[in-house]
Design a protein around this ligand. Sequence first.
Ligand code: ADP
Ligand code: TYD
Length: 209
Amino acid sequence: MNPTKQLFIAFEGIDGSGKSTHSRLLTERLNQLNFKTYTTCEPTNSEIGQLIRRILKGERKADHKTLAGLFVADRLNHILDENIGLLKQLNDGYHVITDRYYFSSYAYHSTHMDMDWVIAANSMSADLLRPTATIFVDVAPEICIERIQKSRANIELFETLDLLKAIRSNYLIAFEKLAEQENIIRIDGNRDMATVADEIFEHVNSLLG
Ligand code: ADP
Ligand code: TYD
């Protein structure tokens, strides 16, 4: 649920699909319309999020099940933190945009474990705060790998072509499984940035009512 009338938009997609770019562009457009916005991401900057980032970079070792559990904890803290949590921001009148939310867990961790376990482990987050819309920026894994290689020095744990292909198909499985409970907007992100941004904005604008 979302106990407020503010929008809670979650961007999803494989690494390099353009989630952070489109989170930023959507925020800019909403700000131009004088809406108050709060833009955030997962893993967060909390201590749990920082530990997760060290694991993703290979600086610390952890089993995939442990990593999945850390994301559950990071997400609950993201929602519930009494000073900067998502519920607090929404209650204070901000539209919230997040770069990744629980569908990332379903798609990424189910490369190593049962997706239903991951969905069950995140059920408290879904009960506390469901996105108004989950925007899936769908880009071919081959294009994402090219973009990642161009834009970054370090390649992280999940960033190989075979894994990105598996993660993309897990996203599609998860969307199908949860089609009744969730509002999923799939956007063809293979096109140029401005076209993709315009289409995303049209969808969000229609949700503003
Ligand atoms: P993510 O947050 O999903 O990992 P980013 O937003 O960081 O992806 O985008 C990865 C790279 O691809 C960046 O260098 C970005 O400028 C570029 N990029 C994003 N969207 C597009 C697009 N539609 N066409 C071409 N390049 C893009
Ligand atoms: P992110 O910083 O968004 O990477 P990128 O900008 O390349 O998309 O996310 C870091 C990594 O964390 C990414 O590979 C996906 C992974 N991840 C999970 O495995 N589980 C999760 O629940 C989340 C939110 C992210």
